[in-house]
Write a protein that binds this ligand. Structure first.
Ligand code: AMP
Ligand code: MG
Length: 677
């Protein structure tokens, strides 16, 4: 920095202003904001005006952020709307190494308090290398209001982004930060101008409606105050002694998973046996009719109606034979009949088929091989009788399957696609899942011979691989990794080249060897969305996303579910947390296990503090109701509680037991049982 001020640039994105700089009004307005409420901390070092062009926008930003002396802040103005020419977010997003959705929320919330149309903007914010980038609206008024709403918070972020140590910055806590920035904890709605915001006019902001606090979402903790994982190099004496992660309710954890699960990806695939389990991303129209020809639905004799329209019974020569096989069939003349089999094409000229049961053989050929004449015993036959008309099952052009519908393992949908010759469909790509066990004590389950003291056979990997595959997802065995930081990081990095989702087990509790959270946060630059859930078993369940690039260099995120090491916990958490996310990524709806009400067949104890997922066997009885019985000891280490279990009873947190006969929710994991009668 040339002086002590923070260096900013204003980039106006406007077709008109880029042609005639004199028409721009944003730069002077934004300069005023920096000078006015910037506490003398800012210097606007550069301004530039470019047209709505991704390349031009990116060139400017990169010239300011990727150089030797990067700027602290770049604000753009314009091009964030929904018009097709608006490309600023598309230009900026790929340049950001780290997104700052909080700033986006803050800006939107502040303009939303002026007009709901504020939501019609698509701002992005984040850090490129050492530079914070914000996209403001194109109107001078909107740009001004947006910048005002966040500017006071930015010095802190910019200093951190530029690489300052955060510890000294945070000495004194949030209160000091707020005092330094001249803001209060009332949410960002109060930020513009602090207490002196009279000059900041919000024409439609009517305080008399009691919406005083409505303008901004309010978080109760600030990002910098939120926990970071243990620093593994600090050693056991310096580790956290209680989990620094807030304890979330299961529903909140599920919401976070849903919000952070990558969007389903659409792909074209051939119609083959691998299609089972897929969900269609586009409607499918029939390219052909079924049947494709007029076909007989019985074995019998095709007949031609006389002009009178009334077919008379009597003896007829068998002039032709039509089998259910490809080929041409000769024309049937009036006064003749054709022997025909079920599914065979009607000869041209034929109008109806008489069932073989309504006929008797009159004469056969000399060699006794073929029929020469038959007697038709009925005169009541109608045109079209026993004939399946072209397209009577499916008409060419009909929509046979809709977007969002699944190809089930029952087979009906595949059958339908097959029947009309569909060779390719668009489906949501099913994520590939890697399963990894962690722990120095874990050995392959099939290791021969007695265990050494401390060794534990890997129970989680085989169980989780089975569970994943049972839901028709491809599961990749990632093996066992030791509790050494480098090993875990390398294994996760390698795994993400092959898989979309990683499930790990172990290493998420409080022990000093619990490396998952620090490795995800510190080594992989991931975000831990939660690290503790109020449930039993499964309290330390952790969900994180990691930023990565795909083969084409596009920025993507992938998820890691770090499940507890205890086998029963790991399996419960797979069903409760991982499966819904896999479903969402594969376009399957509704997500997760089906939930049903069951009647308890015995008393079941509850946990006083945490809702419990109790392993149970659910079966139908003669009365048509579903009954549940416990599979026994529910200790989280006891995988045996999963033997025979086909359901998880969702037991509320309460003292005592739920009684036999009471109803409770159950998540169905497997096929319903049937109780002996
Ligand atoms: P951790 O979360 O790593 O502290 O593990 C908690 C408990 O689960 C410990 O007793 C581990 O030995 C056990 N455990 C962890 N991973 C596995 C596994 N893959 N199979 C069986 N037990 C495990
Ligand atoms: Mg461990």
């Amino acid at each position: 920095m040339s002086n002590n001020k923070l260096q900013a640039a204003i980039l106006v994105v406007s077709e008109t202003a880029s042609r005639d700089h004199s028409t721009d009004r944003c730069i002077p307005v934004l300069r005023d904001v920096f000078d006015g409420i910037g506490n003398g901390q800012w210097e606007v070092a550069f301004t530039e005006i470019v047209p709505d062009s991704v390349l031009d926008i990116q060139k400017s930003i990169q010239s300011w952020a990727d150089c030797q002396k990067p700027l602290n802040l770049i604000v753009t103005s314009g091009g964030t709307g929904f018009a097709t020419k608006d490309v600023t977010p598309e230009a900026v997003s790929p340049l950001l190494d780290r997104h700052a959705p909080g700033l986006v929320h803050g800006m939107l919330a502040s303009s939303y308090s002026v007009t709901p149309f504020a939501l019609m903007a698509r701002p992005v914010a984040g850090v490129r290398k050492k530079t914070l980038v914000l996209t403001l609206p194109g109107s001078p008024k909107g740009a001004k209001e947006n910048l005002e709403s966040v500017l006071k918070l930015l010095p802190h972020a910019c200093i951190q982004a530029a690489g300052a140590e955060s510890r000294p910055l945070h000495a004194g806590g949030v209160k000091k930060l707020e005092a330094d920035a001249g803001v209060s904890s009332g949410g960002m709605g109060e930020v513009p101008g602090g207490e002196h915001s009279h000059h900041h006019s919000h024409p439609r902001h009517d305080h008399s409606h009691g919406h005083g606090g409505h303008s901004a979402p309010r978080a109760h903790t600030k990002q910098e105050d939120r926990p970071q994982s243990n620093d593994p190099s600090a050693g056991p004496a310096r580790r956290y002694r209680s989990s620094p992660y807030p304890m979330l309710a299961v529903i909140d954890a599920l919401n976070l998973i849903s919000e952070n699960t990558p969007e389903p990806v659409v792909q074209k695939v051939p119609v083959d046996l691998d299609l089972s389990g897929a969900v269609l991303a586009k409607d499918v129209k029939a390219a052909e009719s079924v049947p494709a020809f007029r076909a007989s639905i019985v074995d019998g004799y095709a007949v031609k109606m006389p002009h009178s329209g009334r077919f008379a019974g009597g003896v007829y020569p068998v002039a032709l034979v039509s089998h259910a096989q490809p080929g041409t069939v000769k024309e049937l003349k009036e006064g003749e009949v054709a022997r025909i089999t079920t599914g065979a094409p009607l000869p041209p000229g034929a109008d109806a088929v008489v069932m073989v049961e309504d006929t008797v053989l009159k004469r056969q050929t000399e060699d006794g091989e073929e029929e020469k004449e038959v007697e038709i015993l009925t005169g009541k036959i109608q045109a079209g009788e026993n004939v399946r008309e072209v397209g009577s099952d499916v008409n060419e052009g009909d929509t046979i399957l809709k977007k969002g519908e699944g190809i089930t393992v029952v087979g009906g949908e595949f059958g339908l696609l097959a029947s009309v010759g569909t060779s390719e469909v668009s489906v949501y790509r099913r994520p590939v899942i890697g399963v990894l066990s962690t722990g120095d004590e874990i050995i392959p389950h099939d290791k021969r011979g007695p265990l050494r003291l401390g060794e534990v056979r890997d129970t989680n990997r085989p169980t989780l691989l089975t569970a994943v595959r049972s839901h028709i997802f491809e599961a990749v065995d990632l093996g066992i990794v030791s509790d050494k930081p480098g090993a875990l990081e390398q294994t996760l990095r390698d795994a993400f080249r092959k898989v979309d989702v990683i499930i790990t087990s172990g290493g998420v509790s409080m022990g000093e060897l619990d490396l998952l959270k620090p490795t995800i946060e510190r080594s992989l630059g991931g975000t831990i969305h939660f690290g503790r859930v109020n449930m039993k078993p499964g309290k330390p369940t952790t969900f994180a996303t990691v930023p990565l690039k795909d083969d084409s260099g596009k920025r993507i995120t992938k998820s890691i579910f770090s499940l507890p090491g205890n086998p029963a916990s790991a399996v419960v958490c797979f069903h409760v947390f991982v499966l819904p996310s896999l479903h969402q990524q594969a376009g399957i709806r509704p997500v997760g296990l089906p939930k049903v009400k069951v009647v308890l067949d015995e008393d079941v104890r509850m946990d006083r503090q945490r809702p419990e997922y109790h392993r149970a066997f659910v079966a139908a009885k003669d009365d048509g109701l579903l009954y549940a019985s416990s599979t026994g000891g529910q200790r989280s280490s006891r995988i045996g509680s999963f033997k025979r279990a086909n359901a998880l009873l969702v037991m509320p947190a309460r003292d005592g037991s739920m009684k036999k006969g009471e109803r409770v929710d159950a998540l169905l994991m497997g096929k319903l049982g049937e109780l002996a009668r």
